[in-house]
Ligand binder design. Structure first.
Ligand code: GLA
Length: 393
């Protein structure tokens, strides 16, 4: 609560400075997320296992009497107030980060909930930008929470996730799956979400790491999902699926076991696509095994599966790069590291490691120094806690 209280004060103070007064203002929060395992499976009908974090996006917002939209981000202060209107909800390059909240406003309209009035919205996120901890999905979900609260829209948290994803796909042009928005909108303290992306059924699994913590290492290699190879990977998987469908009756790669994949893979006419599809199938199966291991309190096996996930993302899916590989391969050398892998879309961003508490200092030092020496700039490390979903503060 301490951090929430402080952040609430900070955003209210800034809101007053930027927009003149705080009349009618409410403060909201939506978390960031980290995915423990199940990477690039969510658009392949597979399983994912992410959790919401206690860090996220804070927003101070109010309704206006006119149709104007005024946005301000404490993370991009030099951009100042960015203005727009609810009559002009179109993606525009010069709108920068405001394309995310505007996209959500547009998506609410598409779903039958037109935004009736303008708003003043100020954001302050403590998720490192572009880190791969889903700062954009966090902005989408917090915007949804704001609209629901002020305009009384009858939507569930799961709807907030779906609307966020819809806006990202259709307004912002990134063909992302549902994982990020779902993890954020449905977050539960100290639990990871075991989500089947084929039908959105899910269960919460307690994450008890007994003497270990989740450590995020941020590569500081910036990436934008839109200009990354994300959409390309997705279409490679779609093509591989359609090839497999010539020989086996499936709706998604997530329906196949490893054995079935090996039996049918010759139907895929290109070696690269075989590896992409292999990753999707094996990663899904690894996720099932990892969740079972966690249930059995077998953290060591969970860690091994995380490591195998990274190898597959590196060699078969090819979404890591020297920065993420260095962070992970150096992490594997540290005693007390239970598992380490890249997390999120890849191509930059961050890694997630499970590290014994008494090894964390050594981990940060050893991995940090090796990274600096090899890459030429530093990484940042965060020991994170699993938090809840969106909230009005
Ligand atoms: C990004 C996307 C998610 C998911 C991951 C990879 O975070 O937004 O939908 O595909 O990459 O697992």
């Amino acid at each position: 609560m301490e951090v929430n209280g402080q952040m609430k004060e900070i955003v209210l103070k800034k809101f007053e400075e930027v927009f003149g007064d705080v009349q009618g203002v409410k403060v909201f929060f939506a978390p960031g997320r980290v995915n423990l395992i199940g990477e690039h499976t969510d658009y392949n009908g597979g399983h994912v296992f992410p959790c919401a974090l206690t860090i996220g996006t804070y927003a101070a917002a109010r309704v206006r009497e006119d149709n104007m939209l005024r946005f301000y981000s404490m993370n991009f202060e030099s951009l100042g107030v960015i203005e727009s209107s609810i009559e002009d909800l179109k993606p525009m390059e010069e709108a920068g980060w405001t394309n995310y909240p505007k996209g959500v406003m547009w998506a609410f309209g598409e779903k039958g909930f037109p935004v009736p009035k303008g708003m003043d919205i100020l954001l302050n996120g403590n998720i490192p930008n572009g880190s791969g901890l889903s700062s954009s999905a966090s902005v989408e979900v917090v915007t949804g929470a704001i609209l629901r609260d002020f305009f009384g829209f009858d939507v569930s948290n799961q709807d907030l996730a779906l609307i966020g994803q819809y806006s990202e796909n259709k307004f912002n042009g990134v063909n992302c799956g549902i994982m990020d928005q779902f993890a954020i909108a449905m977050g539960k303290k100290d639990h990871a979400i075991f989500l089947d992306t084929a039908d959105l059924s899910y269960t919460y699994a307690p994450v008890k790491l007994e003497g270990a913590k989740i450590v995020i290492a941020c590569s500081n290699k910036k990436r934008g999902l839109g200009d990354s190879k994300y959409n390309e990977r997705r279409s490679e998987c779609e093509t591989a699926l359609s090839e497999l469908q010539q020989v086996v009756d499936i709706k998604s790669l997530g329906e196949l076991t490893e054995e079935e994949f090996e039996k049918y893979k010759a139907a895929i006419k290109d070696e690269v696509r075989v590896r992409r599809a292999k990753h999707a199938v094996y990663e899904n199966q690894r996720t099932l095994k990892a969740v079972a291991a966690l249930k059995e309190n077998d953290i060591a096996l969970f860690g091994q599966l995380m490591n195998a996930s990274h190898v597959s993302l590196r060699d078969d899916y090819e979404v890591t790069g020297i920065e993420l590989d260095t962070l992970v391969e150096e992490a594997w050398k540290v005693e007390g590291v239970i598992g380490s892998r890249m997390t999120g879309a890849g191509f930059g961003g961050c890694t997630v490691s499970i590290v014994k508490e008494d090894a964390i200092d050594c981990f940060v030092k050893q991995v940090g120094e090796a990274y600096q020496a090899k890459i030429g700039y530093g990484a940042d490390f965060y020991v994170v806690e699993i938090g809840g979903g969106p909230a009005v503060l």
